[in-house]
Ligand binder design. Sequence first.
Ligand code: BDR
Ligand code: CA
Length: 308
Amino acid sequence: MSEKKIPVIIDCDPGCDDTAALLLAFRCPEFDIRAVTTVSGNVSLDKTTYNALRVTEAIGSDVRVCPGADRPMFRDAVYAPHVHGEDGLLGIPLPAPQKKASFYKAWDFIYEEAVAQKGELEIIAVGPLTNLSIALGKYNDLAGLIKRIVIMGGAAQGGNVTPCAEFNIYVDPEAASMVFRSGIPLCVCGLDVTLKAYLTAQEIKNIKALGTPQAELFAGVTQENCEKRFCPAGAPLHDPAAVLFAADSSYFTVQRCWMGVETKGTITLGKTVTDCWSDAQKEPNVDLVLDVDRERFAARVKELMGKY
Ligand code: BDR
Ligand code: CA
C-alpha cells in the first residue's frame, strides 16, 4: 500500500449495511474520510442523517456529516423499512448524537472537496445516486475533478426490488443514469458481487464476540436471515463490499464493459443494462465487479472490526 491515503467521501443512506460499511471504512488505513454525505433511501433523509451522526459518533469520529437530497430527482421517495426497520437501524438503541449535521449540502461539499483534492477525490456511493446527480447538474466541471466513484448499485443479472432492478438504482433511476453517463471512472459493485460478499451466522457471532460496542453494533445490523432468499449462505454485505473494494480491489473480479440505466420501462424500470455478455459491444464506461474471494473478504471484515 502506498503511503498516501485516498481522500474519500462516503455517500450513504444508513441503513443497516451502510452502518456496517461505515464501521469498516473508518478502520481502513487506506482512506482519509473527508465527509459522510446522506441521502433519502432506506429511510427518509432526516433519519439517514440522524443515523449517520449517531453511527459516526459510536465509531468515535468527528467527521463532517452533510445532508443531501430528501427525495429522488423526479419521483416519489421509496423506502425499505421492511429491511432496515422504521428508524433505519432495526431499532438498535444508540445514544443520541452530540454533534450536529454540517451546514454544507452534500453536493456543495462534494464539489468543494473535489476542487481541494485536485482530482484525487474518490466517492463511495452506497445509496441512491441523487446527491451526485445534483452535484453534476450544479457544477459543470465536477466530472473532471473526481478520480473515481465506487457504486453499490445495480446488477448485471437479477434484482432485489423487482425481478431486474436493485434498490439504489430503482429508487432514483434518472440520477443513476446521469452518473453512468458522466464520464467519471466508475466501479460498480452490484448484486452480482454483493450477494457473494456474505458473512455466515458463525462469522457474525465471532465478530460480536470481539466484545466492543462497535462489534456489537456491527453484529446487530448484520442480520443473517434477512435476505435468505437471495443469499442462503449468510448475510450479504452489500455496502461493505463497495467499501472494501475501494480499499483493495486485488481479491475481486472485474470486467470492463458498458452499463446504462433503464429510466423509461414499466416492468424494467431501474434495470442496469450491460453488454458484458452481449455481442453488441458499446464503448465501456464501467469496471463491473462480478466476484470476490469470499474467504479473504470475511477475513478482512474481521480484521478491521478487530481494530476497535
Ligand atoms: C442496497 O439497498 C439498500 O437497501 C442497502 O443499503 C444497499 O445499499 C442493496 O440493494
Ligand atoms: Ca445503502
